[in-house]
Design a binder for this molecule. Structure first.
Ligand code: NAD
Ligand code: IPM
Ligand code: MN
Length: 336
């Protein structure tokens, strides 16, 4: 029996996760759902952002759905963003972030790209120190093993998507050791997998410009942690913004779906959070973790039909409830 660990977290995470769970329950009536705690609220209440029990439940279920966490912008002793701890502790070493045009809400049709982001290292290892009162230093780690895992996932996804082009995004002109190791290792793995002909590369600054100018020319982008974080927010513009951007934290035999957006404190509790990113994240869990392509497509089609019928989203009047009802009723009909 399939199990799902739901971690609503903070802010609008609490509003959007129940909608994604409802969609999964329509598609998988036998799904066993457990809820776990994590985030800033959990830290304030229990002194721990990711309790051991949450990690145990995630390991036991093998699949999770995360809402969002809030983090203070200043350092708080003992606190680290819960999502970073979950990625690290559960070996969720790759992050999959697709971006595609949706009817009514995308600024342009024809965009269909996927960013594969390294999810465990780079500048995210959190090794910063003050070399002197006037100098802060951050370390960036790139390891062959992590790049190999990323490139193997890229090969897997490239075949599924029938990708024509795989673009390695780096900054090896300035960081020849870290970015050089990233590029060369990814290239070697992709060549070994018979995909060498399709591999292309871009410096991250040019990639950012081209994602703005010609997003339809990209297919599969493979990049390091921080570059992937930034480029995925930028690229989400083409799908209709952050509220429609899904992701999957992807490990071996374990995965945690996560909308790209944060806890949105400006609208939390107002009933206006858009659940589409959470719904599409659940679709990624279906497709890539449970290998349920038909169910994943069904959920995406329900979202597409809703957006088509609604002629886009009215950000003034849209409510979580209305979008949820619109998508779930269509999903019900499609799945029958
Ligand atoms: P955010 O993504 O929370 O919000 C950015 C803007 O987008 C806000 O105006 C918000 O209202 C809007 N928005 C985001 N998701 C939406 C949705 N589903 N429906 C409607 N509008 C939506 O980013 P932020 O304001 O920079 O960060 C807020 C907090 O979230 C910070 O503490 C940050 O650290 C955290 N954060 C967490 C995650 C995560 O948990 N994965 C990701 C990014 C930021
Ligand atoms: C994301 C978020 C996280 C990240 C934050 C909340 C630590 O922005 O999932 O994109 O930087 O990876
Ligand atoms: Mn981000």
């Amino acid at each position: 029996m399939r199990k799902l660990c739901v971690i609503p977290g903070d802010g609008i995470g609490v509003d959007v996760t129940p909608v994604a769970v409802a969609a999964l329950r329509i598609l998988l009536p036998d799904l066993q759902v457990v809820e776990a705690q994590a985030g800033w609220g959990c830290f304030v209440e229990h002194g721990c952002a990711v309790p051991e029990r949450t990690l145990e439940l995630m390991r036991d279920c093998g699949a999770g759905l995360f809402g969002a966490v809030q983090s203070p912008a200043h350092a708080v002793p003992g606190y680290r963003s819960a999502i970073l701890t979950l990625r690290q502790q559960l070996d969720l070493s790759v992050n999959l972030r697709p971006v595609r045009s949706w009817p009514g809400i995308s600024p342009r049709p024809g965009v269909d790209l996927l960013i594969l982001r390294e999810n465990s290292e780079g500048l995210y290892i959190g090794r910063e120190h003050m070399a002197s009162p006037d100098q802060a230093i951050a370390e960036r780690q790139i390891s062959r093993q992590a790049c190999e895992t990323l490139a193997q996932r890229a090969a897997e996804v490239a075949r599924q998507r029938r990708s024509k082009r795989i673009t390695l995004v780096h900054k090896a002109n300035v960081l020849p050791l870290t970015c050089g190791l990233f590029r060369d290792t990814c290239r070697a793995v992709l060549e070994e997998q018979g995909l060498g002909e399709q591999v292309d590369e871009r410096l991250v600054d040019v990639a950012a410009l081209q994602l703005v100018e010609q997003p339809q020319n990209f297919d599969l982008l493979v990049t390091t942690n921080l570059f992937g974080d930034i480029l995925s927010d930028l690229a989400s513009y083409w799908s209709g913004g952050l509220a429609t951007a899904p992701s999957l934290n992807w490990g071996k035999g374990i995965a945690l779906a996560e909308p790209v957006h944060g806890s949105a404190p400006d609208i939390a509790g107002s009933g206006r959070a858009n659940p589409i990113a959470a719904l599409l994240s659940a679709a990624l869990l279906l497709r890539h973790h449970w290998q349920l392509e038909e169910e994943a497509t069904c959920l995406e089609s329900a979202v597409e039909r809703f957006l088509n019928d609604a002629q886009g989203l009215d950000h003034g009047t849209q409510t979580t409830e209305r979008v949820a009802q619109g998508v779930l009723t269509r999903l019900d009909l499609l799945h029958r």
